[in-house]
Design a protein around this ligand. Structure first.
Ligand code: ZN
Length: 420
């Protein structure tokens, strides 16, 4: 809806929201996207719905990869026209409200949505398409159990069967969430769902069938429930070699500036979502290569002959992905357990650090000693450093991979800003 067509209350709320965000930025308090949206919603609780009306919207949700996939999808949908997006990862309704208010009237929006808020944001924005990436455990002491998240997603999608769904065929919880309950054709998958295969490196949250409680079995890329018809659907979009196969069987080379096979999977998802808006993959694929770092992730910084690359890993699944993305080079691991990270570090024991054997491994962060015990058990030799500057001095010139959880990542970014 353009500003001119909005109800007066929504117009005022939208304008105040933009002003508050600008004031917050001017005061040096981040990009202001949360505070601006929060104030706007206080004035008009329906502001997000008003701002969404008239736009074709895609929502992107899941535990991991949603910030990057949102960026890639915005780039792909950008073939058609201007796209509003919450590119700073402010992924709750206040962030969406602020992003849409700030963007003004755009024909399209691609919004990253925190998995806990998907139902609420579906309701408010009435999107054209929802992309469901994956579900795995996140911070142990606060996140809902993953099966409960899948249940919430499913209940929300049942109320919105007109919404196109683009979902990961490799994640049993996602497949179950995207399949309506009580469907007599269960096991045959609903026609409004497009499946992509982006791989699932982390299986530990999906050994049990969410439908019947039986064991999920796997063989190669296939998986199936041993007690009911739930099984991996045939994906329409598939990562193959350095590219993506589309539903017509055409293969598109994907040249990304982002590392790892996991980002090829994110690219496949972006192409699948864009296709729901009528974007041909052949037109979108070159635009994916313009995405470099995403909110500082994957950023590369050169300092004292070292090329430092920053990888964020916030939960067990994303640690495995980070090992896959990292080159065989000296690697600094940093762990904190502050509020945004979750206070419980016992998840370290769910991650197999063996891929790091043979690399020079350095550790730092508030909880470096937890990491030390874990690496020792895993037979990975390491060296403890107190600061990022010490880490730089301890490695030879060349690539240094840095893998850190949330606040540790922010600490290192702040330290890098100081030394540069
Ligand atoms: Zn089952």
């Amino acid at each position: 809806m353009t500003d001119a067509k909005m109800p007066l209350r929504a117009k005022v709320a939208s304008s105040v929201s933009r002003t508050a965000a600008a004031l917050s930025r001017a005061a040096g308090r981040g990009d202001g996207s949360v505070i601006g949206g929060w104030i706007g919603l206080k004035i008009d609780p329906d502001l997000l719905a008003h701002l969404s009306a008239g736009r074709a919207i895609a929502l992107v949700s899941g535990t991991n990869g949603k910030t990057t996939t949102t960026r890639l999808t915005s780039a792909a949908v950008g073939v058609l026209g201007r796209v509003a997006t919450n590119s700073f990862g402010a992924n709750m309704p206040s962030g969406h409200t602020s992003a849409l208010a700030k963007a003004g009237s755009t024909p399209y929006a691609v919004l990253e949505v925190d998995e806990h808020y998907l139902a609420q944001v579906l309701e408010a924005t009435e999107p054209h398409v929802v992309a469901l990436l994956n579900l795995s455990r996140d911070q142990l002491d606060r996140a809902k159990e993953v099966a409960m998240m899948a249940q919430l997603w499913r209940a929300a999608l049942v109320r919105h069967t007109d919404v196109r769904v683009v979902a990961n065929a490799d994640d049993p919880l996602v497949v179950w969430a995207a399949t309506p309950p009580g469907d007599p054709a269960r096991g045959i998958h609903p026609p409004h769902v497009t499946w992509f295969s982006a791989g699932q490196r982390w299986h530990d949250d999906s050994w049990v069938c969410p439908e019947c409680g039986s064991t999920i079995q796997r063989s190669g890329e296939q998986w199936w429930c041993t007690g009911c018809p739930l099984r991996r659907p045939e994906p329409h979009w598939v990562v193959e070699d350095e590219g993506v196969l589309d539903p017509t069987g055409a293969w598109h080379k994907v040249s990304l500036q982002l590392p790892g096979k996991v980002n090829l999977g994110n690219a496949a998802t972006a192409l699948a979502v864009a296709a729901e808006f009528g974007v041909r993959p052949v037109d979108a694929v070159s635009r994916l290569g313009i995405v470099t770092s995403v909110a500082g992730r994957y950023a590369q910084v050169d300092k004292d002959g070292r090329n430092i690359r920053l990888l964020l890993a916030k939960n067990p699944a994303s640690w495995l992905e980070a090992f896959d993305m990292a080159d065989d080079a000296p690697t600094l691991l940093s762990i904190n357990a502050r509020d945004p990270d979750g206070l419980d570090t016992s998840w370290l024991y769910d991650v197999d650090f063996a891929p790091l054997r043979g690399r020079q491994v350095l550790i730092t962060g508030d909880r470096a000693y937890d990491l030390a015990v874990r690496l020792d058990v895993n037979d990975v030799p390491f060296q403890h450093v107190r600061t990022f500057a010490d880490a730089l001095r301890s490695v030879p010139p060349g690539r240094l991979e840095v893998i850190a959880n949330y606040t540790a990542f922010q600490d290192i970014r702040a330290e890098l800003d100081r030394v540069i």
